[in-house]
Design a protein around this ligand. Structure first.
Ligand SMILES: Cc1cc2nc3c(=O)[nH]c(=O)nc-3n(C[C@H](O)[C@H](O)[C@H](O)COP(=O)(O)O)c2cc1C
Length: 199
């Protein structure tokens, strides 16, 4: 699986059903645009090594909404910081040093520091794989795009991203950035997912 690279790195922001709604974020790289009309993107969330569902997946199943916030090279360290499963979901924004900003259509907030954010509503859901290495597959319809410097401009889903260049996740801990390769340690990675296993 780790040879299918580079993959975009996004922070997925979600909220839970509980009131008051607590926004959370976590980085994901299994994200691919799959259709133009309507604009659809697929997000795959693996189970943790102990077989439990990640909070991001549980929140999307509960609320049917999420925001994809595309990471650039200034935010890689912060993105990895926010993946630590030992950090409670309430602490994720603080730990990453970023701020929530109100979305236009969906309840989960955007990440204010990201140049590009895509507001999504769940279009289709599928559970794939065998225990304990299952994955939740979400196909989201992009309802609204936030683009440009400091993520200030709301645009329609068919907007073009101009000169924005994100980063690519390579094999574990390595990232492709516009200025070259960068290594960002991820000490808790073993807790995170079941290793790939062929049948
Ligand atoms: C760069 C990066 C990319 C990641 N991509 C994925 C991914 O595609 N799928 C996945 O299940 N976890 C991925 N993770 C791990 C999740 O971010 C991590 O499990 C996080 O704790 C999930 O948080 P949650 O329980 O709040 O959803 C990635 C981590 C990093 C640092």
């Amino acid at each position: 699986m780790r040879t299918v690279v580079p993959r975009a790195v996004v922070w997925v922001t979600t909220v839970g059903e509980e009131v008051p709604r607590c926004p959370t974020l976590a980085p994901f790289s299994a994200v691919v645009p799959i259709c133009n009309s309507p604009p659809l993107v697929v997000l795959a969330v693996q189970r943790r090594a102990d077989g439990t569902r990640k909070k991001t997946a549980a929140n999307i199943l509960a609320t049917r909404e999420f925001v994809l916030n595309i990471i650039d090279d200034n935010l890689i360290e912060a993105a990895v910081e926010a993946a630590d499963p030992n950090v409670s979901v309430e602490q994720r924004f603080t730990r990453a040093g970023v701020h929530p900003a109100k979305s236009a259509i969906v309840k989960p907030p955007r990440v204010s520091e990201c140049e590009v954010s895509l507001e999504c509503r769940l279009n289709r859901y599928e559970e794939v794989g065998r225990e304990p290495g299952r994955a939740d597959i979400f196909i989201g319809e992009i309802l609204c795009v936030w683009l440009n410097e400091n993520n200030k401009e709301r645009q329609s889903p068919d907007s073009q991203a101009g000169t924005f260049s994100g980063v690519g996740a390579l094999s574990l801990e390595w990232y492709l950035t516009p200025s070259g390769l960068r290594r960002v340690p991820q000490p808790y990675a073993e807790l995170d997912q079941t290793p790939p296993r062929v049948s």
